[in-house]
Write a new protein. Structure first.
Length: 249
């Protein structure tokens, strides 16, 4: 049976193709007249519509974009995969938008793979780990507000962070360091996060009404650009394996 999940996966493949290729101005638009019915048990109509794009999508997603020297794991409280993603956001935010960016986050639930093995990494793997079109948001947040947010991360068991470290004690963040220095409640820190989190996704709403730099830059593209930065220099992707969130017990 051609169910709705299969339908969404197929449409996602088309979106991937459009998002990754150059943009062109259409001179003419034609409609082929295929009827799409997700209840169609054969799925023939949808398959006919998408068939011309299948080979291009497969080729694009199989393109090797870099090399990982070690495997990356999704784990709590402190996973190399989540921290790697946060590192990529922070680096690309610094390079493209705000050199004062000092911390970045990757919410644990948004990581859609449990691991990425060492060795060649394909473009498609990045789309698997980050299938959502979440955008990079840059904000200035006080240490007091940041502490509240970190307490939420601690209560959830941890997550991906960059530029920051802390311990979890009684489901709260303690001994918080921002780039090696103790967090200060009145100081403002330039944070990199996703539009999903900033707008209240995950339960914390403190960032929602603050001024935002809405970059329009997809977090997925930040990952791709980060990896490509090493590949262009004929280097493996640098992986920081330091412990950033630990248990105080």
């Amino acid at each position: 049976m051609y169910n709705s999940r299969q339908f969404l996966y197929t449409i996602a493949a088309c979106i991937v193709l459009v998002a990754c290729q150059q943009h062109y101005v259409p001179q003419q638009v034609e409609y082929a007249g295929y009827a799409i019915n997700v209840k169609d048990s054969s799925g023939q109509n949808l398959s006919r519509l998408l068939e011309p794009y299948k080979d291009s999508v497969v080729k694009l997603m199989d393109n090797v974009i870099g090399n990982l020297p070690v495997s990356l794991e999704k784990s709590l409280p402190d996973g190399t995969l989540g921290n790697f993603l946060a590192d990529s956001y922070l680096m690309m935010a610094k390079q493209k938008y705000n050199p004062k960016a000092s911390i970045a986050f990757m919410n644990h639930g948004g990581i859609r793979l449990n691991s990425i093995p060492a060795g060649p990494i394909k473009r498609g793997k990045v789309f698997e780990v980050m299938p959502f079109d979440n955008e990079m948001i840059i904000q200035d947040v006080t240490g007091e507000m940041l502490q509240e947010y970190l307490n939420g991360i601690a209560a959830d068991g941890g997550g991906g962070v960059a530029g920051i470290s802390f311990q979890i004690a009684d489901k709260k963040a303690v001994n918080v360091l921002i780039n090696g220095k103790p967090i200060e409640p009145a100081v403002k820190y330039t944070m990199v996060n996703s539009d999903y989190v900033v707008n209240g996704g995950g339960g914390y709403t403190g960032f929602r009404d603050l001024p935002k730099n809405k970059t329009g830059y997809l977090l997925r593209n930040a990952i791709l650009d980060y990896i490509n930065g090493f590949t262009e220099k004929n280097l493996p992707v640098a992986i920081q394996e330091d412990k950033r969130i630990t248990s105080a017990n």
